[in-house]
Design a protein around this ligand. Structure first.
Ligand SMILES: [Zn+2]
Length: 303
């Protein structure tokens, strides 16, 4: 009997201390089914539950195709409503290493816009690192306005998914669907793609840093499916900050993105439409906006 216990202990110790060879991420598209989440500023636009599902599936795809040894799970992949208790249980009962909850924000004040990434509190160091990387990517890559990393103390209450899960967990608010410009962006396929790409890049950087001994390089035959370079069309630059919803921009029919540039040049702001995945599409839009009065518009390539 004693021998058997020793043997069992040995097996147990080996399992516990064996080095991890893969990472499991649980992606949680917020709401779903009977729960639409925040409603858009215009009836015909998508509700929160549909936007976050699109973004979540794209993130999962990027992770799957661009990193090996990462297992992606979802709390939902269709329009159903798992309760918050069920979502927490899925995270805690499946050896999940990281949980990523995706939401979009809403406010009765339609002028509010920008992204936020929520963590439970600053004690959650890994969650904070991850959240910070996501907000940095939103600013640098996606050209969004970051409202920063938020804790339960900032919002005045704790969020169940952040409080009750046993692993680093972040909840990303990808923007406000109640703001006309941002709402339109979140409804567009390219907006969703850029948001997903920013979250993917931040997540990749985060897990690579957390697990220096795991080889995440993608399998060759899968190649890099979606960590794509992008094109934007720069329409103008300005000395003073212009609102992106002025009539001159609205007539273009594309949401305009404003980026503050760190340079000594007198022009402090650049304005883009896009991004576009391929040059052909960018070329078409370049012509289009040139025809609408922005004669100096040109294509910019982003790696
Ligand atoms: Zn939500």
């Amino acid at each position: 009997m004693k021998k058997r216990i020793t043997l069992l202990l040995l097996v147990f110790t080996t399992i516990v201390f064996a080095e991890k060879s893969s990472v499991t991420i649980l992606i949680d598209p917020g709401h779903g089914g009977k729960d639409p989440g925040h409603l858009p500023h215009q009836n015909e636009l998508m509700q929160e539950k549909d936007i976050v599902l699109e973004i979540s599936l794209k993130i999962g795809e990027y992770l799957t195709y661009n990193l090996s040894n990462v297992k992606v799970m979802y709390t939902r992949k269709t329009d159903i409503y798992p309760s918050l208790d069920e979502r927490v249980a899925m995270a805690n009962n499946n050896n999940v290493d990281y949980m990523l909850s995706i939401h979009v924000n809403g406010s009765p004040n339609s002028s509010i816009y920008g992204t936020e990434t929520h963590i439970h509190n600053f004690e959650a160091k890994s969650s904070y690192q991850w959240a910070k990387l996501i907000e940095d990517q939103f600013t640098s890559r996606a050209g969004r306005r970051s409202r920063g990393v938020k804790t339960a103390a900032d919002v005045g209450h704790s969020i169940q998914i952040l409080k009750q899960t046993n692993m680093p967990t972040v909840l990303v608010e990808c923007g406000f669907i109640t703001n006309a410009t941002e709402g339109k962006y979140l409804n567009s396929a390219y907006g969703q793609e850029i948001i997903a790409s920013a979250i993917f890049r931040a997540t990749r950087e985060f897990i690579k840093a957390k697990h220096p001994n795991i080889d995440f390089s993608p399998a060759k035959d899968l190649a890099v499916k979606n960590d794509q370079s992008i094109y934007k069309v720069q329409i103008m630059a300005s000395i003073d900050e212009l609102a992106t919803d002025i009539p001159e921009f609205k007539k273009l029919g594309y949401p305009v993105e404003r980026v503050k540039v760190q340079s000594t040049s007198m022009y402090k702001y650049k304005y883009y439409v896009g991004p576009f995945k391929d040059k052909k599409e960018a070329k078409k839009v370049e012509k289009e906006v040139q025809g609408k009065g922005y004669k100096d518009a040109f294509i910019v390539y982003f790696e």
